[in-house]
Design a protein around this ligand. Structure first.
Ligand code: HEM
Length: 432
C-alpha cells in the first residue's frame, strides 16, 4: 500500500526533530530543517464545542429491537451486514476471545487504531446518520480500508475475522470499539466506560468520502488538529489525551510512510517486527509517550509533527505537561475521551445503548467507633462483634446503616407525627 508522498521523522544529532520527505513514487528525497516542518500558528477563531459526557450506565434490562441476528450472508470477506443490533452475551464472549488474540498476536496497537479510524470520520454539523460518519462499521469495507489514512488497517479486520465469524450477533461497529477498548485495558491502560448497541451501515454507498482523518505532517499541525477534532465535537484536552494512545504501537514506512524500517526497540517484535515506536515499551499503556515527545532525546523513537505540537501550542501544552507529570490524571482523562470518541456519530439500539459491566460499586467498610454509641466520649475502643450486630440490626430496622448517619430530624419527625395524631384525635373527640 504505497503512499504518494511520505515523511520519515527522526532525531537529528542535535536532538532536534527532523523531517525527511520521501516521494516514494519517484524516490526523490529532500530534507527540510526541523523548524520549517513544525511551524505552528495559533488559532483565534476555532471554538471547541464540548460533548456532554453521558456515561451513566443503563441498569435496566437491555431492550433491543427484535431484529438481532444474521440478516445477510458474507460478501467479499467480512463486509456484509450481519447483526442489526449487538447481543450482550456475544459481546462478553467475544471480549474473552479478543483477550486471547491479544495474548497470542500482540496486536493491541492496530486494534486501537481500527476503533479510532472507524469513529474519527464524524462530522458534528451533519445531523443524519450515517451521513455524519463516525463509529458505524464502515471500516469493514475494502473501499474504506483503501483510503490513504487507513493504510495497513485491513490487517486489523483480518485479525478479527475468526471472531467476526464466531459471533454473528455483534455489529462491526461494536466489535471494532470492543476490540480497541479491550486492547487499551489489556495493555495496562484505564478501564473504558464503553457503551454498546452501535448500528452498522448497510453498504459501501453509506460510507463517508475520504479525507476526514488527520494528517501527521500538515503545514500547521495545531490548526490541523483543531480543524479535525473540533469537527468531531472534541476539544483540546481530548486531542492531547487521545494522542496519548501513541504510547502504544509504531509507524511504518510501508504503511503511513513515516518512521524507520526498524529500530532497536522494534526489530525483534513482539508480533511483526519493524517500524518506529513512540516509546521503548510500545505494548505498555502508560504516560511515557508524553515524557518522550517532550524530551526528544532518543533518536530511536519517532515524534511526528502532530505529536511535537502538543508541547509547542500553549493550550495543548497545558495538558501535555500535566499528563507527563501525572499518569493518574492521564488515565482518567484518557478513559473519558476514549469513551467519547467511541460513540461519535453512532446510532444505538436501544437508543440509549447499554453497558456490559455494571459500574464498580465502592464498598465502604462499616465504621463502628465506640465513642459514637457511648455516653462516654473517651470510650474509643472498638466494639465487640455482638454489640456491632446489635447496633447494625437497630439501624437496619429504622432503614439506616451504622456507617451512615440517620437524617438528623428522623426522631423529630416521629415525635411530630405522633403529636399531630394526638391533636387530630383530640379535636375529633376521640380523647374524652
Ligand atoms: C492526533 C492525530 C493523529 C495522527 C496525525 C495520527 C497519526 C498516526 C500515524 C501516521 C500512525 C502510523 C500508522 C502506520 O504507519 O501504520 C499512527 C499509528 C497509531 N495511532 Fe495515531 N494518529 C493520531 C491520533 C490517534 C488517536 C486519537 C489514536 C487513538 C485513540 C491513535 C492511535 C494510534 C495507534 C495505536 C497507532 C499504532 C498502530 C500500529 O502500531 O499498528 N492515533 N497514528
Amino acid at each position: 500500500m504505497a503512499t504518494a508522498a511520505s515523511s520519515v521523522l527522526g532525531l537529528g544529532s542535535t536532538g532536534v526533530v527532523g523531517v525527511q520527505r520521501v516521494a516514494s513514487s519517484s524516490s526523490t528525497v529532500s530534507s527540510e530543517a526541523a523548524s520549517s516542518g513544525f511551524v505552528t500558528r495559533r488559532r483565534g477563531s476555532a471554538s471547541g464545542k464540548q460533548l456532554r459526557s453521558e456515561f451513566l450506565p443503563s441498569l435496566v434490562p437491555v431492550k433491543r429491537s427484535s431484529k438481532v441476528g444474521v440478516v445477510a450472508r458474507r460478501v467479499g470477506g467480512s463486509e456484509a451486514v450481519r447483526a442489526l443490533a449487538s447481543d450482550p452475551a456475544q459481546l462478553k464472549a467475544a471480549r474473552e476471545d479478543i483477550k486471547a488474540l491479544l495474548k497470542e498476536k500482540h496486536c493491541h496497537p492496530i486494534l486501537i487504531r481500527l476503533g479510532w479510524h472507524d469513529a474519527g470520520t464524524y462530522n458534528k454539523d451533519v445531523k443524519e446518520w450515517p451521513a455524519r460518519g463516525g463509529a458505524n462499521g464502515s471500516l469493514r469495507y475494502s473501499m474504506v480500508q483503501n483510503h490513504k489514512a487507513n493504510a495497513g488497517l485491513f490487517n486489523a479486520t483480518a485479525l478479527l475475522d475468526e471472531i467476526t465469524k464466531k459471533y454473528p450477533g455483534i455489529t462491526y461497529a461494536d466489535l471494532f470499539q470492543l476490540a480497541s477498548a479491550t486492547a487499551i485495558e489489556d495493555a495496562g491502560g484505564p478501564k473504558i466506560p464503553l457503551r454498546y448497541g452501535r448500528k452498522d451501515i448497510e453498504g459501501e454507498h453509506q460510507c463517508v468520502k475520504e479525507g476526514f482523518l488527520p494528517d501527521a505532517d500538515p503545514p500547521s499541525p495545531a490548526d490541523h488538529l483543531r480543524n479535525v477534532f473540533y469537527r468531531m465535537g472534541l476539544n483540546d484536552q481530548d486531542i492531547v489525551a487521545l494522542s496519548g494512545a501513541h504510547t502504544l504501537g509504531r509507524v511504518r514506512p510501508d504503511r503511513s510512510g513515516f518512521g524507520k524500517k526498524e529500530t532497536k526497540y522494534t526489530k525483534d517484535g513482539p508480533g511483526a517486527p519493524g517500524g518506529s515506536s513512540w516509546t521503548p515499551e510500545w505494548l505498555k499503556f502508560d504516560n511515557s509517550y508524553f515524557k518522550e515527545i517532550k524530551e526528544k532525546k532518543d533518536a530511536e523513537l519517532v515524534v511526528l509533527p502532530t505529536d511535537a505540537v502538543l508541547f509547542e501550542d500553549p493550550s495543548f501544552k497545558k495538558y501535555a505537561e500535566k499528563y507527563a507529570n501525572d499518569e493518574k490524571a492521564f488515565f482518567n482523562d484518557y478513559a473519558v475521551s476514549h469513551a467519547k470518541l467511541s460513540e461519535l456519530g453512532s446510532e444505538f439500539d436501544p437508543p440509549e445503548g447499554f453497558f456490559l459491566d455494571k459500574p464498580e460499586k465502592k464498598v465502604e467498610p462499616e465504621i463502628f467507633v465506640a465513642a459514637r454509641y457511648s455516653s462516654q466520649p473517651e470510650d474509643k475502643q472498638d466494639l465487640s462483634d455482638g454489640m456491632k450486630d446489635k447496633i447494625r440490626a437497630e439501624y437496619l430496622a429504622l432503614g439506616g446503616a451504622p456507617n451512615k448517619a440517620m437524617g438528623s430530624n428522623y426522631f423529630l419527625n416521629i415525635i411530630i407525627g405522633i403529636s399531630v395524631l394526638v391533636l387530630l384525635s383530640y379535636y375529633l373527640g376521640y380523647l374524652n
